[in-house]
Each structure stands twice: as C-alpha cells, then as structure tokens.
Write a protein that binds this ligand. Structure first.
Ligand SMILES: NC(=O)c1ccc[n+]([C@@H]2O[C@H](COP(=O)([O-])OP(=O)(O)OC[C@H]3O[C@@H](n4cnc5c(N)ncnc54)[C@H](OP(=O)(O)O)[C@@H]3O)[C@@H](O)[C@H]2O)c1
Length: 330
C-alpha cells in the first residue's frame, strides 16, 4: 500500500487529501519508484484549482526523484536499485511509491544528490529549454526574466550567469531580490505592491534605464496576465516574448498589439514538445547535470513539507511566500 495525495473536486488547497492507495507490480514498460523527494510546481496549482481540466478523482504532481524498486516486462534501460528523477508522465507524484512509465525516467548521475536533483528535474529542464531551445541565448545578451527568485527562477539566474547572459529579474520583495542576485541575477526590479498599471509603467522604465534606452531582445514571462504589457514595452523591435506561464492569470493577446509594439515574436512553449523523444530529454538532462557537477548550478530545497502537508505547501507557493524550490518529503 502507498500514501498519496489525491483530490476528488477542484478548488483551494483544502481539496488535497492524504489517502492510502494500492500499488501493484509494474506492468509491461513500467517501473515502480519509491520517492525520496517530491517537487511542488506552480502547474500543480493549475490542476488542483481546475484551471487545467483533468478527470477526477486524481493524484497530483509530475516531478519527483527516488529509487527504482522493480521494473516490468520489456524495460531494458532502467534497472532496480537505480536512482532516477522525472518531470513528465501521468499526475500522481505526490506519493511515497508509485508506478511510472519507464521511458520518462531519467537516471541520476553520481555527484548529483537526490536533494539537489529534486529541485532541478522540472525547474532545471525548464531553464534548459527556455534558454537553449525556445529562444537560444548566445551569451552577451541582456534579458528580462519575471519571478527571478522562484523555483524555475533561481535555476535560470544561475544558468544565465553560467553562459554570460545579463539577467534583469523581477521579484516582489527586497529579500527575494537579494536571493536572486546571490544566484546570478545581475539586476533586480522590485515589484511588490504594484498594481498591473504600475507594473506596466515601472518595469519598462527600469529596463530602458538599465539598457541605455534599447530594451531587451527577449523576455521570459511566466507571470502572464499582470505583466503582459510590461513585457511587450520592455522589448526591442522584433524582440521575442516567451510566455511560459500564467501565474497571475491567462494571457489573451490581440495580434495587432504585437505589430504595434514592434513586430514582436510571441511563443507559448510547453515542455512536452521540447523534451521528446526520450533521447532528447536525456541530452537535456546531461547538459543540466554537467553544469551541476561543475558547480555552476546548485540546488537545495528552500521549503520542505511532509507529504501530508501538501496543502500547506500550496498555500505558501500561491501566496508568494516561497523562494526557489519547494519539496514534499514522503
Ligand atoms: N511552460 C513550461 O514548460 C513551464 C515549466 C515550468 C514552469 N512553468 C511556469 O513557470 C512559472 C514558475 O513556476 P514555479 O513552479 O517555479 O513557481 P515559482 O516561480 O516558484 O512561484 C511563482 C512566483 O511567481 C510570482 N508571482 C507573480 N504574480 C503572482 C501571483 N499573482 N500569484 C502568485 N505568484 C505570483 C511570485 O514571485 P514574486 O513574489 O517574486 O513576484 C511567485 O513566487 C509558473 O507560471 C509555471 O506554470 C512553465
């Protein structure tokens, strides 16, 4: 039997319940993984609240690290006793042990602990695909990155520093600004307490000031609704807006606006389209882990909760009390 967080209706954090569930032997193509750490990501809140529709009742979470206990028929490249992590596959990571499709499991290399890996599977591979695939950075650019002290944000700060990119990061408090700068964010814009109109005025003003009036060639915007106009107004002509999240609400764009703001390129990327096939996902992980092993990227959970306290973890993440990665410990 396993412990798992499940929900029977969508809503606030209170819908999350700790239940006992049956976990059998792995079937063909599956592996049974016992979790050491389960990562909490903002996307989990979209599923729990119903913003991303999902059949109910359901488990939650898609990001964890642990040890393979057993594998099913036909699984050849993953073996019992191996340390693995994952970020794709069915919901249900908020659990102590579960069955997983073996083809989404990523072996963890020596020199990268379970604790560190738990902060990097979704968050580190997101930084990889944003900076190396969606809008590849060469080094030397100045970029605007929203929520720089968040879970993905702190990896992005370190990745930018590692490749010689100057990051201007938005954060809501001075304390978060300090954390972002300590991880490699060159400049911070503190936005706490600003209305969307104030964000629209103040962020581009500071970006122009920091770039000698030029603006930036690319903005990575995971905040969405509240920062859309600020992002567009911070870009150079023919700049790229990577809309990679909707933390503050969905983004609705009249494409005429993209012309008016300077023939802006807009993309809304999803991990699954950049981390497949499996060989490609493993190459992305190799690149991430090479940075970790060289000490250029580090990861340590900033908030730890017991699995049973998943609702508390969600409250902290939603109310902007967290920095960096939040994990559940089964
Ligand atoms: N497209 C993809 O493949 C992909 C993959 C991973 C993550 N994401 C997206 O990237 C974003 C970051 O994910 P994460 O898990 O690392 O979360 P996170 O950044 O740790 O948490 C969200 C942060 O967003 C900021 N924020 C701004 N407005 C907010 C609001 N109205 N409510 C709550 N927070 C607000 C807060 O930072 P401040 O207090 O500093 O403003 C907050 O700490 C999410 O939007 C997520 O969906 C996308």
């Amino acid at each position: 039997m396993a412990k798992a967080i499940r929900f029977h209706k969508t809503g606030g954090p209170e819908v999350l319940e700790l239940e006992t569930v049956e976990v059998g032997e792995p079937g063909p193509g599956q592996a049974r993984v016992r979790h050491a750490f389960v990562a909490v990501n903002f996307i989990d809140i979209y599923f729990r609240s119903g913003r991303y529709p999902h059949p109910l009742p359901a488990g939650l979470g898609s990001d964890a690290v642990g040890m393979v206990e057993a594998v099913g028929e036909g699984v050849t490249d993953i073996r019992p006793g191996q340390r693995v992590g994952y970020l794709l596959g069915p919901q249900g990571a908020y659990s102590d042990v579960r069955l997983m499709p073996a083809d989404v499991l990523i072996p963890l290399p020596d020199g990268v602990s379970d604790r560190t890996a738990s902060t990097l599977m979704m968050k580190g591979l997101t930084a990889q695909y944003l900076f190396r695939q969606v809008r590849p950075l060469q080094g030397g650019e100045t970029i605007l990155y929203h929520a720089a002290a968040g879970g993905v944000g702190l990896v992005a700060c370190q990745w930018a520093r590692a490749i010689g990119v100057t990051m201007i990061g938005t954060v809501s408090t001075e304390a978060k600004a300090e954390v972002a700068r300590a991880h490699g964010c060159a400049h911070t814009i503190v936005t706490g307490g600003m209305t969307p109109d104030e964000l629209t005025r103040e962020i581009p003003r500071q970006v122009r000031e920091l770039t000698g009036g030029k603006g930036v060639p690319v903005v990575y915007d995971s905040v969405g609704k509240d920062t859309l106009m600020a992002s567009l107004d911070s870009l150079q002509v023919r700049g790229t807006l990577v809309s990679n999240g909707t933390t503050s609400g969905p983004v609705v764009v009249d494409t005429t606006l993209l012309a008016v703001k300077g023939s802006i390129w807009l993309t809304r990327p999803a991990m699954v389209h950049y981390a497949t096939p499996r060989s490609h996902m493993l190459a992305m992980a190799d690149e991430l882990f090479a940075h970790v092993r060289a000490g250029r990227i580090t990861g340590e959970p900033k908030q730890e909760f017991a699995l049973a306290d998943a609702a508390r973890a969600h409250r902290a993440l939603e109310s902007r009390q967290t920095t960096g990665a939040t994990v559940l410990v089964p």
